[in-house]
Design a protein around this ligand. Structure first.
Ligand SMILES: N[C@@H](CCC(=O)N[C@@H](CS)C(=O)NCC(=O)O)C(=O)O
Length: 209
């Protein structure tokens, strides 16, 4: 398999999942700032120009975080990161939507790429604050759903924990406080060997020293 990724981005969640599943894969770095994701070769594989892209063993590209996570979850390790029943499936999907669509999709771009929202210097801080608010409100909705469990579904992580992890990681990097149960979830994830390995490989090894 080939993983097209950018260090410290949402693709980090898929990178971790691949390591947790003990898969062998090649990593291709996509430099978003240099516009690698807008080059014709990349767009031919992923017309949305987003990362991650996972090229599966038969050569097909999968191009959406959730699709990649469900596919990996089904294909490897006897489904150990997949929900086992309908209720768990709904919760897993809810957390992935909250992390990927609301907190990531609506919130963090306002913080990371504020310029994309306005050219008006005076409005930038307002949009940045809006982003922080969306992220905080999104995070606050998660703990009641976890009902004190260690991971989203219980004692072991599922694919949604890797989505939750990458937005928690962004919160950490941008100084946004997490509600206590998510802070504990983030710390628990950081103790996992695959998480430490991937973050170290992606250039964040100093977090563990
Ligand atoms: N819907 C996509 C969104 C992924 C996404 O937003 N990736 C960001 C990086 S975290 C990206 O590729 N940004 C570059 C761009 O949109 O031009 C998915 O779930 O994979």
């Amino acid at each position: 398999m080939k993983l097209y990724m950018t260090p410290g981005s949402c693709s980090t969640g898929i990178h971790i999942l691949l390591e947790e599943l003990e898969q062998v894969f090649e990593v291709y770095l996509v430099n978003l700032l240099a516009g690698d994701n807008r080059r014709p070769e990349y767009l031919a594989m992923n017309p949305n120009g987003t990362i991650p892209t996972l090229v599966t063993p038969d050569g097909s590209p999968l191009t959406d975080w959730q699709s990649i996570a469900w596919w990996l979850g089904k294909r490897f390790a006897k489904g150990k990161f997949l929900p086992g029943n309908e209720g768990d499936r709904e919760l897993c999907q809810w957390v992935m939507d909250m992390a990927g669509k609301k907190i990531h999709g609506d919130g963090f771009p306002r913080i990371f790429v504020t310029d994309a929202y306005t050219r008006d210097e005076g409005r930038k801080s307002m949009i940045h604050r809006q982003g922080e608010k969306i992220v905080q409100v999104g995070f606050e909705e998660v703990p009641p759903k976890l009902e004190g469990r260690k991971y989203v579904l219980g004692e072991q992580p599922c694919i949604a924990d890797f989505a939750l992890f990458y937005v928690e990681f962004w919160a950490d990097r941008t100084g946004i406080a997490l509600p206590q149960p998510l802070h504990a979830h983030y710390q628990r994830m950081l103790r996992r060997p695959a998480v430490r390995q991937v973050l170290s490989e992606e250039g964040y090894g100093s977090m563990f020293r």
